[in-house]
Design a protein around this ligand. Structure first.
Ligand code: CP
Length: 295
């Protein structure tokens, strides 16, 4: 049974297949190849992009989608997550798409082998479909046909990296593909790993091809780190002054905190591909659903 708990569930040829299919879907909408399939979405945390993107992707391919709102489910009556999941699996869907606050929830449910699990974001550990759509957006920008052709590109991840499941999945996928990943953050936002780490974006901006800005998730930190968001923005907001005329691809997974993560002006700049990432997310998720459900 094929799951997507993190991107390492896909081998290299599956990664290529996803990128090829997403590119083909973006060029021409496919036929309803998943017409007889049914997915259940189960989001225990808020989502604008991922949930609607999965739903659009599934419907574009003809699949049906049932959404269970956990706030109105029997988890409120004390039912455990495992029991909720087993009851949903008993209805024989073709897959369950789950977002949850705990890092290990998707893996735990996948281990039951009742139905394919697709991780739509878990804790600060993994958000594999975001990493894959970011990979696709970079490939499109650099005009390459295979993920491994991104090898050697320099990517700076900027912001609250330690809290970010986007960064966690991205770092695993992008280092696997051979990108040079550089982390830029104040110390409390920096994870403990072997990647090059900088506190000042000015120290790396001359040498990067891509900046991935992340939301400052001040609410996730127990002790206050900055007096306010403006103090953070003074050092880390991606604005025109910092970017200059450099040809740097600017990414952000959303939600963007305007003028804290990225300035209004830079969001309008052609180097910013934030909405293109969202558009690409549908095609990449279509390709993922095809791979997992249409076998
Ligand atoms: N990028 C992302 O995961 O956005 P949502 O939280 O809105 O799904």
């Amino acid at each position: 049974m094929q799951h997507l708990v993190d991107t390492n569930d896909f081998n290299d040829s599956q990664l290529i297949q996803i990128m090829n299919d997403a590119k083909a879907f973006k060029t021409k909408m496919p036929s309803k190849i998943l017409e007889d399939k049914l997915l259940i979405t189960l989001f225990f945390e808020s989502s604008t992009r991922t949930r609607s993107s999965f739903e659009v992707a599934a419907k574009r391919l003809g699949a049906s989608v049932v959404h269970l709102d956990p706030s109105k489910s029997s988890t409120n009556k004390g039912e455990s997550l495992e029991d909720t999941f087993e009851n949903l699996a008993a209805m024989e869907p073709d897959g369950v798409i789950i977002r949850h606050e705990f890092n290990n929830t998707p893996k735990k449910l996948a281990n039951k082998a009742l139905t394919p699990i697709i991780n739509a974001g878990a804790g600060n550990n993994a958000h594999p479909t975001q990493a894959l759509l970011d990979c696709f957006t970079m490939m499109e920008h650099f005009g390459v046909d295979k993920p491994e052709e991104l090898k050697g590109k320099k990517l700076a991840i900027v912001g609250d990296i330690v809290s970010s499941r986007v960064a966690s999945s991205g770092i695993r996928l992008f280092t696997r593909l051979g990108l040079d990943v550089i982390l830029v953050a104040p110390k409390p936002f920096m994870p403990n790993n072997d990647l090059p780490q900088y506190e000042d974006l000015n120290d790396v901006i001359e040498k990067v091809d891509v900046i991935m800005s992340l939301r400052a998730q001040l609410e996730r930190h127990k002790a206050p780190i900055f007096e306010d968001y403006n103090e953070y923005a003074n050092k880390y907001c991606i604005n025109k002054e910092r970017m200059g005329n450099r040809e740097i691809l600017l990414l952000h997974p959303g939600p963007v905190m305007r003028n804290i993560d990225i300035s209004d002006e830079m969001l309008e700049d052609k180097r910013s591909k934030v909405l293109e990432q969202v558009k690409n997310g549908v095609f990449v998720r279509m390709a993922i659903l095809k791979l997992i459900l249409d076998n």
